[in-house]
Design a protein around this ligand. Structure first.
Ligand code: ADP
Length: 322
């Protein structure tokens, strides 16, 4: 018969608990025997009826008190034992999850680095070998540049995450016109999506906020890239920014695959990706949201995710105004 470690641990714990309960029963039985013996001795040695009754009553009180003590102490010890076992079980589970996430990360990162390199190589070889029309050349260059941008973004994320993991990343905030800053960012990084009307910006003008101009674009880039990546091709993504109760609210709203309730916290962990790496179709490393949350918290803000009804997700950031 084949046992896995989980089954062995369960059997071991069940055995410890059974042993423990049995030990309590034995102690109470022994106590009863001892007190019965004492009672017999008292009956033989005391002839005065009233005196004997008082002594037996005292003996019975002591029996009850000692039984309560054995059961009470045993129960507290049992609770502490179960509490400890539960803690060990949770830590063990967490360790396994982390190991799994790291393995997934290695699998995905190898794939993620190789794919854009291979695509760029193919475009350049085609340009080198064939005399193509100007428009075709432009098309190939555009693909190579977009792959280059993806590779660049990926390496930025890995470097950022490495610094953040060791808490080595310092934020230098300065006041900016956030509306202008974000609009420019969208026009540079999501030009195609804006032109194709796949990304709809709704940005209130003149919003002032203190941000780190180097780190903050990673927040917007990662959230919009995810919204696009986890949505079907034809479906649009809305980017909203406005002031509410003296706070800057940024929302990235998609109508994509959505996020289940039990994953809404885990997605912000480093390396976390839902599903299994070997069968997953979407590209990624599980670093994006870890970086986003880190930067938002360093700005003194907060980030939440909720369902977009009937379908998709809403990532919301709240920041202080200047
Ligand atoms: P990556 O996208 O590289 O896997 P992220 O840290 O950006 O890593 O995201 C972690 C996980 O959260 C993703 O693997 C995906 O399962 C989920 N996720 C993130 N954004 C969305 C979204 N807009 N819609 C659905 N799922 C999402």
């Amino acid at each position: 018969m084949k046992f896995n470690s989980k089954a062995i641990i369960t059997i071991l714990f069940a055995y410890i608990i059974a042993q423990f309960l049995w030990w309590e029963v034995l102690l109470v039985r022994q106590l009863n025997q001892l007190i019965n013996e004492k009672q017999k001795i008292l009956e033989l040695s005391i002839s005065d009826e009233v005196n004997l009754r008082t002594e037996i009553e005292t003996l019975n009180k002591s029996r009850i008190n000692k039984s309560i003590m054995i059961v009470g102490e045993g129960t507290i010890f049992l609770f502490l034992l179960l509490f400890g076992i539960n803690k060990i079980r949770k830590a063990n589970k967490r360790e396994l999850e982390l190991l799994n996430q790291k393995n997934n990360f290695l699998l995905s990162i190898t794939h993620e680095l190789k794919t854009p390199l291979a695509t760029m190589k193919l475009q350049l070889q085609t340009l080198e070998k064939h005399k193509l029309e100007q428009s075709k050349q432009q098309e190939l260059i555009k693909i190579a540049l977009s792959e280059n941008k993806r590779l660049n973004g990926l390496i930025d994320n890995i470097l950022l995450a490495a610094n953040m993991q060791h808490n080595n990343y310092n934020i230098n905030k300065e006041p900016v016109n956030l509306s202008e800053f974000v609009l420019e960012l969208l026009n540079t990084n999501f030009k195609n999506e804006l032109e194709a009307k796949k990304l709809i910006p709704e940005i209130a003008p003149g919003i002032s906020c203190s941000i780190d101009k180097i780190a903050f674009p990673s927040v917007i880039n990662n959230l919009i890239e995810n919204a696009i990546k986890y949505s079907p091709e034809e479906i649009l993504v809305t980017f909203k920014m406005y002031i509410e109760n003296n706070k800057v609210i940024i929302q990235v709203i998609d109508k994509g695959i959505g996020i289940s309730d039990n994953e809404k916290e885990s997605i912000f962990e480093q390396f976390y990706r839902s599903g299994n790496e070997e069968i997953r179709k979407t590209k990624g490393t599980g670093l994006g949201l870890f970086i986003v949350k880190y930067i938002v918290l360093k700005h003194g803000g907060k980030i939440t995710v909720k369902d977009n009804l009937p379908k998709g997700s809403v990532f919301e950031i709240e920041l202080n105004t200047v």
